[in-house]
Structures are given as C-alpha cells and as structure tokens.
Design a protein around this ligand. Structure first.
Ligand code: HAM
Length: 423
C-alpha cells in the first residue's frame, strides 16, 4: 500500500525559513515600537470557553454563528479563539488587572498570535491566521483612541507598508443605537425582498450588519437608508468629533464613513478599518474600535476599552520584499580534506563563542560543493582550513563579495569579520 502524502490542512500554512525570517522582523518591530508607547505583552491560551465569544463577539455574528472551531472536551464546550479581544478582557478581569488602572493611565496590552476561523480559504484568508493587536483598558478619553491609532500608523510606517485609507465612524452606544436600529428596521421592512440572502438573515439578527454588505445591488439600495450619524446622542457625537480632532493633531490621515459598521457585537462609539487595494478581495488589513461595555459584560467593573488587530498574513503581502531578509552567515569554514575537519570545528567553536554565525560541514566535501553552500547562506567570508593553516595558525580568508584574499591569524580574522560593515 502506498504511504499517504500528508499536507498542511486547507486554510493553514507552513512558514519556511525565508518567510519566517520576514515574520520575525515584523514581530520584533512591533515589540520594540509597542514598548515605546508603554504597551506590555500578554499571552493568553489558544483554547477558550465557547461562551466567552457568544457573550462578547455575539451569538448572531458571522464569526460565532458560522466560523468557530468548537468541540466538547469532557463536559466543557471549548473553542479555538477566533479573535483575542474577548480573551484579553477575560484575563484582565480574572487577574484583576483593573486595579492597576488609574485616571489617565490605562492598562496597555498587546499580543501577537494565531486565531482560527472556519472560512472559505482564499488569498489573504486562512483558517489559522495571525494577528498583532493592542487593547487599551481604562481610558474613555478620545485622546486614547487617537494615540492608539497614531501607534498603528507608526507601525505601518516602520514596516514600509504603503498608505492605506483609515476609515472611521461612530456606531453610538446603548443610549442612542436602539433608536437608529428601529429606524433602520422600519426602513428595511418594505425592502427586505430586494436584499441578498445573507442580508435577509442579518437583518433579523442584527440589522446594522446589513450596512456592511459587500453586494453591489445591496450597497446601491442602502445608500438611501437612514444614516447612523444622524441618530448619535450628544455625548457620542461630541466624543467622535473630539477623536477626529485628536487624529488631526496627531497627523493621522483618516476618512469618515457613516456606513462603516463592524462584524463583532462588542463595539460602541469609535470603529475603524483600514483597507488596501493591493490585497484584492480580502482588502481589510486591520480593524478595531471602542468597546466600553465589554469588561462589565464579562463580569468586571465598568472599565472602557479600545483596540485594534492587524492581520499578519495580509500585512506580509504588503511588506516590501527587501525588508526582513535572513541575516547573512558571517563565515563559511572550509576544511580542505578529512584531516582538517577537526581543526575546522575547533575554529567554528571559537568564532561562535564570539557571537559570529558560522557554517561548517560535518563531513569532508569537495571545494566546489562547499562554496556553493556558502553562497546559499550568503556567507560574507570563506575561511580555509588545511594542513598548512593548522601548522602556522594562519588561515586563508576570502571576501566572498569582492573576491579579495588575505592570510590572517585568529585574532586578526575575528577583528576583520566583526569590523565588517555588512554585519
Ligand atoms: P477583525 O476585523 O475580525 O477584528 O479582525 C482583524 C483583522 O484580522 C482583519 O482586518 C484581517 O486582517 C485579519 N483577519 C480576520 N480574519 C482573517 C482570516 N480568516 N484570514 C486572514 N486574516 C484574517 C478583530 O478580530 C478584533 N478583535 C479587533 C479588535 C481589537 N477590536 C478591538 N481590539
């Protein structure tokens, strides 16, 4: 019987070394930049209780209704997390991190990790995907929204991501949204037959989601629907204008779209998304907003929240090709014959202890094969070790970019490599 060929599951992917190196570059850029803004990393489990998401993201949302990986483990209904705002808020409540919040000084948390949604895979859409996200807990000031969006803007700039359009809106709060919801329902009622199948379902569960429909005919029809901004109560309206003013002060380019709504139920007031034409059909690079009622809904005190999450796979599609390449190997040590293998490994050990990256074979190989391998590792220097070198303590050293050759003893070799500007 033929041995089966195993492949990664549909919608999941392997990151081979070249790609992993670019991911690590993005992750370390994020770690460094977030620290500058006073954010601290939080790591929560990939497995969570199903109920956490039905209560927060919403039982009627597409994510919970259609895309969750859920299973029964003993008597617990568990799932693979589809997003990380609810888990971070769960941890914030569970560990009473709200005790660390003081007026003007919210808790600032960030995460980088895998999320799972059972969607139809396509370019930029996976079943296991990754997010870089931040959550600011304990600040309702519009300045919190603007400063966090400025951080996001900085992150994209540091990564050389071409400009996208940050689209912002306010979806109101528990005071004013019900009136809008009623007005929209009244307007939709005589027109439901004209809506797409998804919207006919959405409009019953959560009418606001209809505004997010991507079907052209629905969009044309909905252009005439009541506008959210006309229903905002004064505090929500004032909050949103203050957010927009603070974004201007921070120099964060944005566009207001009164039709922008999000697919997760926990949002109140500010919401935003950033799309990019180069991403094709899955054009949303990131999204987020304010969720002032979520901490309380998950059993904590009344603590407001604001955050965003960037899809890493989508971000990688936009990352300039020259960023995040693997580091070059400092030296390829080339033993000339079987007797030189021991000396070659001794030299490799010395250089590695000095912090250099070194390539050395485990078995004698022809010179040509060794040089080809050195080339694949983009080694900067080849260091030849043969009988003569071992006797004199001096090595033939070749700069693999310029072809220049020198004979150096070990201290001079070290100085040469360490002082090299290409490191
Ligand atoms: P979200 O809009 O559901 O928000 O996801 C954020 C980003 O994750 C999307 O813009 C997209 O780039 C990426 N993403 C989502 N699904 C997939 C997928 N199947 N494949 C690849 N990438 C995907 C949230 O998850 C919220 N928790 C964001 C947030 C944080 N709000 C407040 N704080």
């Amino acid at each position: 019987m033929a041995t089966p060929r195993y492949t990664a599951l549909r919608g999941t992917r392997d990151l081979l070394p070249e790609e992993a190196s670019r991911w690590r570059f993005v992750e370390s850029t994020a770690h460094e930049l977030f620290a500058r803004f006073g954010f601290e990393e939080i790591r929560t489990p990939v497995l969570e209780s199903l109920e956490l998401f039905t209560r927060s993201v919403g039982a009627a949302s597409d994510i919970v209704a259609k895309q969750m990986y859920t299973f029964q483990a003993g008597d617990e209904a568990v799932c693979l997390r589809p997003e990380n705002t609810a888990p971070v808020v769960r941890a914030f409540v569970e560990h009473a991190l709200y005790r660390r919040v003081a007026a003007g000084f919210p808790e600032r948390l960030y995460y980088i990790g895998p999320m799972f949604r059972h969607e139809r895979p396509q370019k930029g859409r996976y079943r296991q995907f990754h997010q870089i996200g931040v959550e600011v807990l304990g600040a309702e000031e519009p300045l919190a929204d603007a400063e966090t969006l400025h951080l996001l803007d900085q992150l994209l700039r540091h990564l050389g991501i071409p400009d996208g359009v940050l689209v912002v809106n306010s979806v109101g709060d528990a005071n004013c949204r019900p009136a809008y919801r009623d007005a929209l329902l009244r307007w939709l009622e005589p027109r439901t037959a004209q809506l797409c199948e998804d919207c006919q379902r959405r409009h019953r569960d959560n009418p606001l989601r209809v505004l997010d429909c991507k079907v052209e005919a629905d969009r044309a029809l909905l252009a005439e629907a009541p506008r959210l901004d006309e229903y905002l109560c004064t505090p929500c309206r004032d909050h949103f204008s203050a957010v927009c003013r603070a974004l201007d002060d921070y120099g964060v380019a944005h566009r207001i779209d009164a039709r922008l709504v999000r697919g997760l139920d926990y949002y109140e007031r500010t919401v935003f998304e950033l799309s990019h034409a180069d991403l094709g059909a899955q054009s949303a690079l990131l999204g987020g907003g304010r969720y002032d009622g979520l901490v309380q809904a998950l059993g904590g005190p009344a603590v407001p929240g604001f955050g965003f999450a960037v899809g890493l796979e989508r971000l990688m599609l936009l990352l300039p090709p020259d960023l995040g390449q693997a580091h070059r190997t400092d030296a390829a040590i080339i033993p000339l014959g079987a007797e030189a293998l021991h000396g070659a490994h001794r030299l490799a050990d010395h250089l590695r202890r000095e912090g250099l990256s070194v390539l050395v074979p485990l078995t004698p190989r022809p010179l040509g094969a060794q040089l080809r391998r050195a080339d694949r590792s983009r080694a900067r220097f080849a260091v030849f070790v043969g009988g003569a070198e071992q006797a004199t303590g001096k090595f033939g050293v070749k700069d693999l970019d310029s072809g220049e050759q020198q004979t150096l003893d070990e201290p001079a070799l070290l100085a040469q490599i360490k002082g090299d500007p290409r490191r």
